[in-house]
Design a protein around this ligand. Structure first.
Ligand SMILES: Nc1ncnc2c1ncn2[C@@H]1O[C@H](COP(=O)(O)OP(=O)(O)OP(=O)(O)O)[C@@H](O)[C@H]1O
Ligand SMILES: [Mg+2]
Length: 275
């Protein structure tokens, strides 16, 4: 793994403190079935996610990003010698306080339930009714959809449906969010607005976020650190710290020389992985 330091911005200068480990991946490997038998997709993946950290995962199509998220979310079993923990406990099945956000929002919302009742899904039977109602209103307000609570998903635009999925995740108050290209299919303006909302949520909740994307600007804009997957089986080929000041602004941050430098660095890292 190549660990690349930021040019001249140290974490001490930005006042960031060392944080405790939320998620640990040690020698994590994954074998998945193919016609020719099991194939090693991920090999010896090693990294920690720190509590409250926002980590973006990049890599070419088919490099194993979704598979890695599925391992962290307990949806795919790694090989027996792998160690994957969340808050110190081995991941075996989906951890209680971790929520998955998928790219395909249409498939994740139930068309026969209203927006309100879709957001309620993860809370039913888990919290008292009054708490459930309060959390639903609050999370719909966070994504700017409180006025659409009584609508059905099919009455909303794609960007709004993705916001409903995000509201449902937020209502569950997760300590960890695993996001697989959540804004991949949205137009540029909706994407920017959701990035801003996600940034606010991250600041307010302190959730640990692993965010898969193909969009280099999005990765640099949102994250504290970028991991680039490459190889067959895939490992972490590059680890790039992003030490831009927060809160970040769609225009001002993206004009900073450090933003442009990081964007170039990540681009070069991904191009290099294709050699
Ligand atoms: N259920 C499965 N069974 C067998 N092989 C699989 C399965 N899921 C994924 N793979 C293989 O694992 C490799 C990594 O797939 P994965 O979906 O993790 O890639 P990705 O980096 O998320 O790609 P993309 O950017 O296109 O979403 C691919 O070669 C894929 O064919
Ligand atoms: Mg994928």
């Amino acid at each position: 793994m190549t660990v690349e330091r930021s040019a001249d911005v140290s974490s001490a200068a930005l006042g960031t403190q060392p944080r405790s480990v939320a998620c640990q991946c040690r020698n994590a490997s994954v074998d998945l079935g193919s016609r020719a038998g099991p194939r090693r997709i991920l090999g010896d993946i090693n990294f920690d996610l720190h509590e409250g950290e926002f980590v973006a995962i990049l890599g070419r199509s088919g490099s194993g990003k979704t598979t890695l998220l599925r391992v962290l979310g307990g949806l795919v079993d790694p090989t027996p010698e792998s160690v994957v923990t969340f808050h110190g406990r081995p991941v075996a099945g989906p951890p209680q306080d971790v929520v998955f956000v998928f790219q395909n929002y249409a498939a994740s919302l139930l068309p026969w339930r209203t927006v309100h009742n879709n957001v309620a899904l993860g809370l039913e039977g888990k919290v008292p009714v009054a708490v459930k109602r309060a959390r639903i209103s609050e999370s719909l307000a966070t994504v700017g959809l409180e006025a659409r609570a009584a609508d059905y998903p099919w009455q909303l635009s794609g960007g709004m449906q993705q916001r409903v999925q995000l509201a449902r995740s937020l209502a569950m108050r997760p300590r960890g969010l695993l996001m697989d290209e959540p804004f991949g299919s949205l137009d540029a303006m909706t994407k920017a607005s959701l990035q801003d909302q996600l940034q606010q949520v991250h600041q307010h909740t302190g959730a640990t976020i692993a965010f898969v994307t193909h969009d280099i600007d999005e990765a640099v804009f949102l994250s504290d650190r970028i991991l680039v997957l490459d190889g067959s089986p895939a490992t972490i080929a590059h680890e790039i710290p992003v030490e831009l000041p927060r809160p970040r602004d769609q225009l001002a941050t993206k004009e900073l020389p450090e933003f442009l430098r990081l964007r170039r660095q990540v681009y070069d890292a991904i191009v290099e992985t294709g050699d």
